[in-house]
Structure formats: structure tokens, C-alpha cells
Ligand binder design. Sequence first.
Ligand code: ATP
Ligand code: MG
Length: 655
Amino acid sequence: MRKKITELKASEERIERVEQALPKREEEANRPAQENAIMAEIGRIISSTLNIEEVYESFAKEAQKLIPFDRISINLINLEDGTVIVAYVSGLDIPARRLGDIYLLKDSATERIRGNPLSLLIQPETREELESKFPKFMPHFQAGLRSMMAIPLISRDTVIGILHLQSAKTKAYTDKDLRLAERIASQIAGAIANAQLFAQRKRAEEALQASEEKYRLLVQNSNDAIFIAQDGVIKFPNLKTEELLGYSAAELAETPFVNHIHPDDRSMVAERHKKRLGGQKLPSTYSFRVINRVDEELWVEINAVSILWEARPATLNFLRDITEKKKLEAQFLQAQKMEAVGTLAGGIAHDFNNLLMGIQGHTSLMMLDMVPTHRHYKMLKCVEEQVKSGADLTWQLLSFARGGKNEFKPTDLNAIIKKSSTMFGRAKKEISILQSLQQDLWPVEVDRGQIEQVLLNLYVNAWQAMPSGGSLCLETKNVVLDENYVRPFNAKPGNYVKTSVTDTGVGMDEKTRKRIFEPFFTTKEMGRGTGLGLATVYGIITGHGGFINVYSQKGHGATFTIYLPASEKKVEKEKKTSAQLLKGTETILLVDDEEVVVNVSRMLLEAMGYKVFMARSGQEALGVYKARKEEINLVIMDMIMPGMGGENAIDILKR
Ligand SMILES: Nc1ncnc2c1ncn2[C@@H]1O[C@H](COP(=O)(O)OP(=O)(O)OP(=O)(O)O)[C@@H](O)[C@H]1O
Ligand SMILES: [Mg+2]
């Protein structure tokens, strides 16, 4: 019975033991399931967000459920600069291993594990044991940690960091825990690698965006039109391209680009484009004309290089608007041409004028001795008239060449315009004259006779351009011209008086317009115009330090604009002069190196009653003057002579 009881007790105890053991076994049996659930949860956390900081936090919480610890840290290696950063830490504090702390990889425990990527389980019996085997972990020991696991974080066969799980208990962990830790480490390693990759890509994207932004700024702010030409259209135009041509990018992509080129230049540009695409070497810059949306003709200079665009041949083009430059160049060339022609015309006219003087003088002398009934009288009269026409011609040529002989006086241009236009209006009733004259117009220093002639030439041209009548508009204005404006005309910047003469006549084409100031250029039939009108105008205006401009289109009238430098001086009133022939009895010393001039002048003066002494040079004049000082009342001297010039001689005579 006793035995039975004992047995029973024993069996009861056993049962008790079994019963006691039961929940533990149950727990152990449930453990893999629980582990798996936590593993799954970690996996879920990791894939739920790319924000790695959040991942660390939840990861630590779940890991705690599997492997209790008093400190966890995730240290990441940066191979670029050979450092390690404490990317996450929680639990007991270790100096120099706080969140965000960076330490050198070299000679660290991390480096040791990286070199031999195996998990470490460190659970020293004594401080000395740790110190001798794992001295790097002494700070951990000092912080109170006794059991330490260090698991390499491996992604694509590379150690990217270390996971530390550490406990203050001695011998807290088993090999099983280490294996478990390895499993979660491999999960977090994958998450970290992904996050790093993502960050890297984001950085690259941002860098790309920043560089794209820079290029965009470069291209869009360019003062040149920049675009790609491919498939016969303009692609990828910058703002300036759209602005220059007046079309949007979408419109440009749909219109063949030859449509934007001036018809005369089309084949040339198309040919070059084709050759360039074909790989032929061509000069990279050349100029041509484009037509913009509002039908304006613009000169552009293109700089093209062949490139690949979307993997196919194309050209990259830089287009610069050089319309203004072209205009200035043309004006400059025109001015130069006129100067050359002027020198030539002036030289001829000067010599020719001397010949005419000889003919005129001798003719006049013969006629003085002749009664009008003489049989040669009429013929001589004819000769005189022809000489007069010749003299007119040379006078015009001379005034073209040097603006003639000037007598500058401060003048109110409005007054001259009013006077000349009234005169002209009376003669040509079929033309209506409109005036828009500026009040308080600045004075100009001009030779009034010459300016009248300029205006009359312009009126006559306008009248001839309006065979069936029309209107003539005269305008004056004070203007201030800057350096850029006057440069092509070789004039000085400053205050100018602008006079425009506009007609509603037939106008002229570009080709005519370019030549109108040339002497003897005329489009009028033989005998109607000599082509000297505008040449004279040109000469006179440049002789006044001014310049002239013309704007005209065929069929749309013409505007001639004259700019004369303004003067500070007060306007002088005109004096009347008598037109009577004056005779005298005084003695004159006549000095000129030209034989013909001196002879004829002497004869004419003598015929008018004067007594004349002659000299052929400045020197001779001084000699004659010395001998006849008392008799001589007047000296007439040519200014330009070989040897001693007129000016010099006069100076000495005065003394
Ligand atoms: N207002 C105008 N409208 C249209 N064409 C003009 C005008 N003024 C000048 N022209 C053109 O310029 C050319 C030269 O003019 P310019 O005055 O020099 O000579 P011209 O008038 O032909 O002859 P001239 O003036 O010597 O009698 C003219 O033949 C004409 O073709
Ligand atoms: Mg004319």
C-alpha cells in the first residue's frame, strides 16, 4: 500500500513534472511558428516603406521579440571614404558609438568582420578574457554588456555593415540565437541595400535635373537662335528661334524649314544642309535671308554642325540675326563708294572748269568787240550758252565732290522749306504739299543757296515720280543721334535737324535704290535726266557734315531723310545783294598759276576798266607787290598754287 502510494506519488510527481513541462514544450513547439510570424512581420515592415529610418525602428521592435537585447546597433560601411557610420542604435549608451557617429573602418572590429564575414558570438567569462580576445569590444563591456553578437550585413556578396545585438546578461545567447540573428540580418541587409540604391538613383536624378536645368538656361537665354534641323523641319527650337521666326515650336515642327528661307536663298541653303548631312566638309558659317511670320526679310548668319539626334543624322544650328549689321555695312560701303566717285568726279570737274573758263573768257572778249549784227555774233552767243551748260554740269559735279564752295550761316531750315515749297507748289499745282514742321527747330549752319538746291532737286524728283499727281510731305524734327546710328555715315553723334521729303510716287526697287546717289545714274529716258540731281544733293549734304538716307519700296513712294548737324548759333537774317555789273578803275594784282585762268581774268578785268598786274606764283606776287605797293588797290589770289601757296603769300603781304 505504502509502495503504491509512493508509486502514485511518484507518478503524480511525474505527471506534475510532465504537466509543468507541458507548457514549455508547447511553447517550444510553437516557437518556429512564432519566429516565422515575426520574420514575416519584419519582411512586411521592410517592404512597406523606403524610409530606412522608420524600418530600423520597427525592425528593432520585432527583433526584440525574437532575441531580447539591451543594445542594438546597425553600423554601415562607407567604402568611398573608409569610414563607418552608426546608422541606428538603441539601448545602453556607448561613447563614440552614438547615432550618427562616424569612425574609421581601419583597425575597427567592423573591418575585422568585413575581412572574414562570419558572425561572432562573444560571451567572455572575465574582463581579461575579452581584453585579450576582443579588445575592440571593451567599451561595450564597460557599458555593462556581457553577451554580444556581431553579424555581418551582406548584400550581393559584399559586407555593407554590421548588426550588433547585445545583452547585459552573461551567456545570454546560444548558437541558435546567432543563426536567428543571421536570418534577420540578411533581411535588413536587403532593405538597406535597396534604400542605398534608391538614394543613389535619386541623387543621380537630382544631379541630372540640375545639369538639365543649366543647359536649359544656357540654350533658352541665348541671344542666338538654336535649333536642330532634321527631316526638313526645325526641331527643339529655343525661345530665340521662335521669336526670330515668329512661329511656335509646334508650328516649326510642322513647316518645312525651307519655307522660312528667302526664295532666292532657298536652294543654296537646302543644298548645303543636304551636303552637311551627307558628311561633306563645308565652311560652318554663312549668311542668308529668312522671312519671318510677318513677312519681314531678315539677314541671318548660320553656324551649323552635323550631329546625331535621336540616333539619326541631323544638324545643330546657331542662327544670328545680322540684319542691322548688314544694313550698317551696306551704308558704310555706299559712303565709301560715293567718296571714291566724288574724288574722281571732282578731279575731272576742276580741270574741265578751267578749260571752260578759257573758252568763256575768250568768247566774251570777242563779243565785247563786236556789234550784235556781226555775222559771228550769234554763233558766239551759242558757244557761250554751251559753255554755260558745261559750267552748270561741272558746278554740279563739283558740288557733288566737295559740296561746292560754301558760305555757311546759322539758318532756320523751316524758313527755307517754306520758301522753296511755296515756290515749287506754285509751279506744280497738281501736287499737294503737306508740312509738318517742328516748332523751335534747332538752327543749322548751312549754305542757304545749296540747301535750296538740295530741296528743289528732291521736289523735282518727287514730282517726276508722281506723273499723275500726288502729295509731297515735308517734315522737320530735332533729333539726337547716338554713336551707333551715325557710325556708318562717318558722322559725329549729337544733335541733328532731320528733314524728310516723302512722296506718294512710283517708288523704286532695291537695285535702283542702291545706285541713286551715283553721278549720272538715272532711270529717266535720254535727255530727261542727267542723273546728277541726287549726286549733287549727296555732295552738298556731306559737305555740310550731314548725311542722307532713303527709304522706298516699288509702288509705295519714297522718303528722303536728311540729317544736318544742329548749331548753337543764332539764326542770321538774309541780306539782299544787288545784281548789277560793277565797273571800276582801280589797280588789281592777279595771282594764279593757271595760264588760261590768269589771261582770261586779266582781259575781263581790263575790259571792265581795271588796271591789272599779273603774277604766276606767291613768290612773284610778293615781288610785284613790293615794286607797285602804292598803286595796287586789290589782290586776287588763287589759294592753291605750287611753291608758296596763296594763304602764305597773303600773310606776308599783309605784313
Ligand atoms: N522720289 C523718287 N521716287 C522714285 N525714284 C526716284 C526718286 N528720286 C530719285 N529717284 C530715282 O533716282 C534716280 C536718280 O535721281 P537723280 O535725281 O540723281 O537723277 P535724275 O532725276 O534721273 O536726273 P537729274 O536729277 O539729273 O535730272 C532717278 O532716275 C530715279 O530713278
Ligand atoms: Mg533728279
